[in-house]
Design a protein around this ligand. Structure first.
Ligand SMILES: Cc1cc2nc3c(=O)[nH]c(=O)nc-3n(C[C@H](O)[C@H](O)[C@H](O)COP(=O)(O)O)c2cc1C
Length: 176
């Protein structure tokens, strides 16, 4: 089993999935990883909408996100045909909601990595989820009234491999 640090180091954004579904146990563990995440003042204001990859609302979201434009050769949809997409929404007006959702989604990405699955954190549908059709998409995704989309995560079996990103410790870290 991967240590937490190995999962952190090895995780990368997976932009291609096989058609294999997640088991109930895998899906439960990924959701639990989100539920176990800390929230400011323990408010627990994050809601998780679990959407199968073949749900028609995802096609509608994909169109809303891209204005319906498709390249002749066809472009991948925003969740790269993952078998499941989980939308994280949070209460409006709570100043830590954005951060709490980010912490929860990273917990879920790390749990996916530990299970040998791929994941992709997805923010590109935020405008579509908060624009003219917000109420429509919220209802379709069972997001409660007074809550707004924050972030999503696609999870599935990896069909695309990528090296973890590099970074500059010199540029990003200072020691006093
Ligand atoms: C808040 C957030 C939103 C993101 N939204 C998207 C997205 O909409 N589509 C996508 O393909 N990748 C998205 N990503 C993935 C980033 O592009 C990716 O994490 C970054 O390029 C580093 O690569 P790595 O995850 O492989 O380390 C998002 C990541 C974060 C943290």
């Amino acid at each position: 089993m991967a240590t937490t640090f190995e999962a952190i180091k090895n995780r990368y954004s997976t932009r291609g999935y096989t058609s294999e579904q997640l088991t109930e146990d895998e899906l439960n563990k990924i959701i639990l990883a989100g539920l176990h995440a800390p929230t400011a003042t323990n408010r627990q204001e994050i809601r998780f909408s679990v959407i199968p990859g073949d749900n028609a609302i995802l096609e509608e979201l994909d169109t809303a996100k891209n204005g319906g434009i498709r390249t002749p050769e066809g472009r991948p949809n925003f969740y790269f045909n993952a078998p499941v997409l989980i939308l994280l929404s949070a209460e409006d007006g709570f100043k830590w909601s954005e951060l709490d959702a980010g912490i929860a989604v990273q917990n879920m990405a790390l749990e996916a990595e530990e299970l040998g699955l791929g994941s992709l954190i997805i923010g590109c549908i935020k405008d579509a989820m908060s624009g003219d059709k917000k109420d429509y998409f919220n209802k379709a995704c069972k997001i409660p009234d007074g809550y707004s989309f924050r972030i999503a995560i696609a999870v599935g079996h990896k069909a695309a491999v990528k090296a973890p990103h590099t970074f500059s410790e010199e540029k990003q870290v200072v020691y006093l």
